[in-house]
Design a protein around this ligand. Structure first.
Ligand code: SER
Length: 317
């Protein structure tokens, strides 16, 4: 085990953070993984916890110095749907939070940074199938604009200031341990809970809306593999395309019906449809596969089985 690594996860109470902390604890030991968020997170009881708003630069520096942090995973952000409703705060949180962390890496107070980007960096003119790493990017959401700008800044800090920042463009993430909040792909988690609890789900996206998705265990493993890869293997310093599976709400509902035959889905489309319509349907992630050996483990069948079995257990159905 690498005992020199001391990790701070910022925004640890979110969908990715909770599972990432659990995985990091197993590798680095929970004494080397500090969790932080703007509120207490009971699920993170195994970790030392700090109340921290990433916009508070002084507190950020003091937490990092107090724990002799080497690596920061910056997960605090507003996601696509919430950001549309609170544009100026989303821009401030998503950008200034990133600057605060990148500046500490530039000063060599920390050694390594992980920052998540998203399929939201693509836009209506981007090729929708097998979207390449390098292509037209014209995001038309606040979230997507902030992620694309963030990617450009990551690359700039890497090239101009030798900052070791690494990033992934996550697709929609699906897991049973933690809930997403404020995203457009959230339906693909909520549908399982409603199917198990109510045998019914009203979807806010159209039945044929195809989006790139991934089991969160795969996403967390990718994150750690990218962070552990030797620096010379990292040819992309903006953010890596990453893919696993693509499906529509209708295709997901059909799979769920194999486990819960009485399950019914109906559709009430809202503003998130236009966000989804601006995003790719599938992603070419060959750089991640070639550079650091990325491979997904979960296909759609395995993902659905994993979600149903574990949520049933969790809520006692
Ligand atoms: N899953 C995110 C969202 O829907 C995209 O990164 O906002």
């Amino acid at each position: 085990m690498d005992t020199d690594t001391k990790i701070l996860v910022i925004g640890a109470g979110g969908q990715i953070g909770i599972e990432l902390c659990e995985a990091l604890n197993k590798i680095y030991g929970n004494e080397n993984v500090i969790a932080s968020d703007i509120k207490e997170i009971p699920a993170l009881s195994e970790n030392t916890f700090e109340l921290l708003d990433v916009l508070d630069k002084d507190k950020l520096l003091s937490v990092i110095q107090k724990h002799r942090i080497t690596d920061v995973y910056l997960l605090a952000a507003l996601l696509s749907a919430t950001a549309e409703k609170n544009a100026s705060f989303a821009w401030r949180l998503n950008m200034d939070g990133l600057f605060n962390v990148l500046e500490l890496a530039k000063e060599k107070i920390i050694q390594k940074v992980f920052w998540p980007s998203s399929i939201a960096v693509f836009g209506p003119s981007t090729p929708k199938q097998n979207t390449p790493q390098h292509t037209i990017m014209d995001p038309n959401t606040v979230y997507g604009i902030s992620k694309l700008a963030g990617e450009r800044w990551c690359e700039w800090y890497a090239l101009k200031h030798n900052v070791d920042v690494r990033s992934i463009r996550y697709p929609g993430l699906i897991g049973w341990k933690s809930q997403p909040g404020g995203g457009t792909t959230d339906y693909a988690v909520h549908i399982f809970y409603e199917a198990i609890e109510k045998k019914h789900y009203t979807c806010f996206l159209k039945k044929d809306t195809m989006l790139p998705m991934m089991h969160i265990e795969d996403a967390v493993r990718a994150t750690i593999e990218l962070m552990q890869a030797p620096a010379e293997k990292i040819s992309i310093r903006s953010s890596y395309n990453l893919a696993a599976i693509s499906f529509t709400p209708d295709q997901l509902a059909q799979k769920i019906k194999q486990y819960i035959p009485e399950f019914k889905i109906d559709y009430q489309i809202d503003f998130r449809q236009s966000i989804a319509d601006s995003w790719p349907q599938s992603i070419d992630d060959s750089y991640a596969r070639k550079d650091w050996g990325w491979k997904h483990h979960y296909d759609l069948d395995k993902l659905v089985e994993n979600m149903i079995v574990n949520i049933q257990k969790k809520i006692g159905k």
